[in-house]
Design a protein around this ligand. Structure first.
Ligand code: VOV
Length: 248
């Protein structure tokens, strides 16, 4: 039996991917479209208020390609609050022109491989800020779920904690090369959704997503043990950008 790594958890996370049914959107009257947009923007205003009160955070991005048109990434203290957000949006007029295409439920996680022994991390404001972050408003977002492989000799969970710590050290060395270029939010989802982690990356330059995933792919941590779900990539949205996207 290998020793489980101690993890720290922060805010719960919901990635809510939606497509817009443009036929329905175009079939509405101008007045109905205005009402639907007003509701959406008032919800965005509420999300910003929650963020200003440090009670959570929401990232709002368009998604390029056919997998979705936009994503809300919500962080909140409890699963109940995420449920309330989802239901409140689903009841909105604007939701009636959207189609849910994917969602992911997880929780902000910091692994314990690099933890300083004897220090209570929850006393460290730095750590707490990383567990309950204000999500970046970077130009681009990339999301994908991933597992650590459990197949034959490539079973991450059968490795000793020493071996895993060494792998994660080399992973972290690569990651550090992207400090200032990529902000990563790792969310754990074992027991919460279909993969073991959600990886959400923020960058001003979308090419950096390709650079870091490519470089990590050659590192044994990912080369041997990384299994990946679908990738989603997109661009920062705000009220003005959404108005332009929705304008007929
Ligand atoms: C953008 C930079 C970046 C940086 C600096 C970075 C650093 C670190 C450190 C120091 C640690 C260990 C924390 C601890 O345990 O103290 C981690 C942890 C983790 N990472 Fe990471 N990662 C980055 C980026 C980064 C990427 C791009 C990916 C996807 C990997 C790929 O192949 O697509 C990733 C994955 C993970 C995961 C799934 C975990 C948890 C693994 C576990 O088993 O617990 N991560 N990550």
């Amino acid at each position: 039996m290998s020793e489980a790594v101690h993890t720290l958890e922060g805010w719960y996370c919901l990635h809510d991917f939606r497509a817009i049914d443009w036929n329905i959107w175009k079939s509405l009257t101008a007045q109905e479209r205005n009402r639907a947009e007003d509701e959406l923007y008032s919800l965005l205003g509420k999300y910003q208020q929650t963020e200003d009160q440090k009670q959570g955070s929401t990232a709002f991005y368009s998604i390029v390609g056919q997998k979705a048109d936009f994503v809300f990434m919500h962080l909140r203290e409890t699963l109940e609050e995420l449920n309330e957000l989802e239901t409140e949006f689903n009841k909105s007029l604007f939701a009636q022109v959207t189609v849910p295409t994917y969602s992911y439920v997880s929780i902000v996680e910091l692994g314990g491989y690099m933890a300083k022994p004897g220090v209570d991390p929850m006393e460290d404001p730095e750590i707490v800020a990383r567990l309950k972050p204000a999500l970046p408003k970077a130009r681009h977002l990339c999301f994908y779920p991933m597992n650590k492989r459990r197949e034959g000799n490539d079973n991450w969970y059968m490795l000793s904690v020493e071996e895993r710590r060494n792998f994660m050290r080399s992973h972290g060395m690569i990651g550090r090369n992207y400090a200032g270029k990529i902000k990563q939010i790792i969310t754990g989802s074992i027991g919460l959704d279909d993969w073991e982690w959600g990886v959400t990356l923020f960058a001003e330059d979308a090419l950096q997503f390709k650079k870091i995933v490519h470089e990590m792919r050659f590192d044994e941590t990912s080369a041997r043990f990384g299994d990946f779900g679908d990738f989603y990539v997109g661009n920062l949205l705000d009220k003005q950008k959404m108005e332009a996207m929705l304008r007929l």
